[in-house]
Design a protein around this ligand. Structure first.
Ligand SMILES: *Cc1c(COP(=O)(O)O)cnc(C)c1O
Length: 812
């Protein structure tokens, strides 16, 4: 696309005047961001409309991606990049004396997700549009997204993220497509003339779902798909009767309780929740989305549902939207008068389920009483699904009562959402090869034995448009100068770089680009942390949610190991390092929050010790989110991917690092395995137990952390720093210490094998330092990572979903 500069300026001016009563010269950077966004949206409006119209054709099948999270980040710059007009707009603004970067920085991130799962959904939408695939995303328009993290005295403080405080120029309210969602109430059964029992819901508490649409602009195409997010509202505003009686607060109470549903994203990344409001959120967006999907289907097919699975594919992103399965059954049975067998046939052909974790605590289950009160008819339907399913299981495994109770969808007073998902879907996929194997042979073995044909793997990916083209423009330009620009829509093209891997000038160029990105990050760190970092040091980066299984603690213990080494012998030779962390902890996750405090305390200890700080520095980046991630990946030398093997389903941060030429220092876990397969083991630093080894140790109960400590005095001394007053109080890190050495809350000690993997990690880190001394060699390793990263585009992942699960085709 090209823009008509004069027309563009006129549009911006008009928008400034309309929305803010301001002229160009008086507008704030935020107002400029708003007006530019509106002008761009206006110029592509017809493409959005045309795409929607095209999907109304009877022979086009559409995929619907249902996700409780979409971690979109910023829209303006990404859209300009995908439209290919970012540079032009920059020039126009420049000619007007305006600074594009300052304008860009005023856009709040759309932080409607916790981490990897929500960001995956965002990358998928980008790929779907770029590949011209007919698809819609459905989710919740949380008024408050992921909390803003502030670090105070080293502790995480959470502040609300009011990203909608000012109007959002990229979302369009569509009140005409509002849907009523019903909660609670009673069920009445009525027999009709034909003797059929019909179920009706009465005395329900109704909530209005109002859709807001966001355009998903693909790269190099006119296809603009839709992300439809639902906002909750009371259907009758406030109660006028009460209002007239001057009971103002009571009058708005009802409206408030409806609006609560889309008020806030639960900032919990994995782990149990079980809150009624969360279930309300799930049913709210699922029910509204299904009604929307069916409304669109009826435009094509009227009341003939026989072709439903031929025209509709619905992907369930984890178990959060799984209540869609009984909800579709309810609509087909109660509203469309279908028989159970017919309805179930259509339902299972329509749904597909993605599993994102095998952590037991993260498998969603709901207490029957909560569920039944909130969704009585849906509960009845789940009971019937369970009854029929158990009958089927009994037929196949007669007398195997243990298997039947293990697989029951309703068991011990709980409804197991993953079991419901597998039963009601035709496809169950894991998100990396190892993860899918673990699902098939361990975590979901019963289910794989019963339905082997449902199981398949779809290794995650990330969009190279945001994570390379937009965030690392210098590297993107370099790549294009070597192999042309086809890689932007086909990342496998990067393979062609490999013939330059021994070209000294090219290697020097990528070193220079990395250095420029490190300079930019150093500036950011100086501004935000007040810390000077050495850009000749290795930037060693671990950025991801704070979780014990991700083992930020292992990283910290290695830093303490280096600290002690330098203190013992200040003249020790060492390649300087800057350790960079970014992580949010779930607000109720005590251990995770203590680890954040520990990282900040270690940073203070290291950075303020003049003997140590010339060699190592530690930086904690506050409020890690998509927009800062875009500054961090391009500036990284080492990608820390050090989860306990078998625990990280895939990871996607690992892929963003690789594309940007950082070397993986990691365990053989999740997609790390495939990354090393592609890049070559010689271009990564692999350490630690494998998932098979960990499995064996677990079944044999043979791990004894105290034996490790007895044999490793140095590690013992390092651990002692947690409780010897090094960090002020003796007690502050007692819980972390105890969890490693004794086990807390009924758990075994060191359940994540931190101590067991420590020496292997230290040794891998030493290899990395050694490798960095030979810069030419290091640059070649980085180059090989970039050139081998083609597999990890979400375009590849989405093509696999499209052909192997959804059976959808590009619209042209
Ligand atoms: C990619 C990404 C993640 C996922 O990181 P992992 O290392 O795969 O856990 C989380 N948060 C943000 C902001 C991201 O961009």
């Amino acid at each position: 696309m090209t823009i008509d500069k004069e027309k563009f300026i006129q549009e911006v001016k008009r928008s400034l005047s309309q929305s803010f009563d301001k002229e160009l010269s008086e507008a704030s950077n935020y107002q400029l961001y708003f007006a530019i966004s509106k002008a761009v949206l206006g110029s592509i409006w017809h493409h959005w409309e045309n795409t929607r119209e095209a999907y109304k054709t009877k022979d086009i099948k559409e995929a619907y991606y249902l996700s409780a999270e979409f971690l979109m980040g910023r829209a303006m710059s990404n859209n300009l990049v995908n439209l290919g007009i970012e540079n032009e707009i920059k020039e126009v603004l420049d000619s007007l004396g305006l600074d594009y970067n300052l304008i860009e920085d005023t856009e709040p991130d759309a932080g409607l997700g916790n981490g990897g799962l929500g960001r995956l959904a965002a990358c998928f939408l980008d790929s779907l549009s770029t590949l011209d695939l007919p698809a819609t995303g459905y989710g919740i328009r949380y008024k408050y997204g992921m909390f803003k993290q502030i670090i105070q005295d080293g502790y995480q403080i959470e502040k609300p993220d009011a990203w909608l405080e000012h109007d959002n120029p990229w979302s369009i309210k569509r009140p005409d497509y509002s849907v009523t969602v019903k909660f609670g109430g009673d069920i009445v059964a009525e027999r009709d003339e034909e003797g059929r029992i019909n179920y009706k819901r009465v005395n329900t508490e109704d909530v209005l779902a109002i859709p807001y649409d966001m355009p998903i602009i693909g790269y190099g195409t006119d296809t603009i798909n839709n992300l439809r997010l639902w906002e909750a509202q009371s259907p009758d505003g406030f109660d006028l009767q009460l209002f007239n009686n001057e009971q103002y607060l009571k009058a708005v109470e009802k409206a408030n309780s409806a609006e609560d549903i889309s008020r806030v994203l639960y900032p919990n990344d994995m782990g149990p929740l079980g809150k009624t409001l969360r279930l309300k959120q799930q049913y709210f967006f699922v029910s509204a989305s299904l009604h929307d999907i069916i409304r669109k289907y009826k435009v094509k097919m009227g009341d003939d549902f026989s072709r439903f699975p031929e025209l509709v594919a619905i992907q369930l992103n984890d178990t959060h939207p799984v209540v869609a399965i009984p909800e579709l059954m309810r609509i087909l049975l109660d509203n469309e008068g279908m028989s159970w067998t017919e309805a179930w046939g259509l339902t299972t052909k329509t749904f597909a389920y993605t599993n994102h974790t095998i952590l037991a605590e993260a498998l969603e289950k709901w207490p029957i009483d909560i569920f039944q009160n909130l969704l009585p008819r849906i509960y009845q339907i789940i009971e019937e699904i369970n009854r029929r399913f158990l009958e089927f299981v009994r037929g196949i495994y007669p007398g195997d009562w243990e298997k039947q109770s293990r697989m029951a969808i309703i068991h011990n007073g709980m409804i197991k959402m993953a079991w419901l998902a597998i039963t009601g879907s035709h496809s169950v996929n894991g998100v990396a090869a190892l993860h899918t194997e673990i699902l098939k042979h361990e975590a979901l073995k019963d289910w794989y034995d019963l339905f082997p044909e449902k199981f398949n793997n779809k290794t995650n990916g990330v969009t190279q448009r945001r994570w390379l083209l937009k965030s690392n423009p210098e590297l993107a330009d370099f790549i294009t100068s070597k192999i042309g620009n086809k890689w932007i829509a086909d990342l496998s093209e990067l393979e062609k770089l490999k013939k330059f891997a021994d070209n000294k000038t090219d290697l020097k160029k990528i070193e220079k680009i990395k250095n420029n990105n490190k300079e930019a990050l150093a500036k950011y760190i100086k501004e935000h942390n007040g810390i000077e970092v050495n850009t000749d040091s290795i930037f060693d980066v671990q950025i991801k949610r704070l979780h014990e299984y991700k083992r930020q603690l292992l990283n910290i213990l290695h830093i303490l190991y280096l600290y002690r080494k330098i203190k013992e012998d200040p003249s020790v030779e060492m390649v300087p390092r800057t350790f960079i962390f970014g992580a949010k902890a779930a607000s109720g996750y005590r251990m995770a929050k203590q680890i954040i405090k520990l990282i900040n305390d270690v940073a203070d200890l290291v950075n303020n010790d003049s003997i140590v700080s010339g060699k190592i520095k530690v930086v904690f980046i506050e409020n890690y989110r998509v927009s800062v991630a875009e500054k961090l990946f391009p500036a990284s030398d080492i990608s820390e991917q050090i989860s306990t093997a078998g625990k990280e389903a895939s990871g996607t941060g690992n892929m963003k690092f690789m594309m940007n030429g950082a070397l993986t220092l990691g365990t053989l876990d999740g997609a790390n395995i495939e990354i090393v397969e592609e890049a070559g083991e010689e271009n990564a630093f692999i350490f630690g137990l494998t998932s098979e080894e960990i499995s064996r140790i677990r079944t044999e109960h043979s791990y004894r952390p105290h034996e490790i400590l007895a044999a490793d005095n140095e590690l013992k001394m390092i651990l002692n720093m947690l409780i010897d007053g090094t960090f002020g109080s003796y007690d502050i890190y007692r819980e972390i210490y105890d969890s490693l050495v004794y086990g807390i809350e009924g758990n075994k000690p060191d359940t994540y094998f931190v101590l067991k993997d420590f020496r292997s990690y230290v040794e891998a880190q030493a290899r990395a330092s050694e490798a960095y001394k030979d810069r030419d060699k290091w640059n070649r390793m980085a180059f090989m990572n970039i050139a081998s990263s083609g597999k990890f585009s979400s375009d590849r992942t989405i093509k696999e979903y499209a052909s192997e699960i959804w059976d959808i085709k590009p619209r042209k």
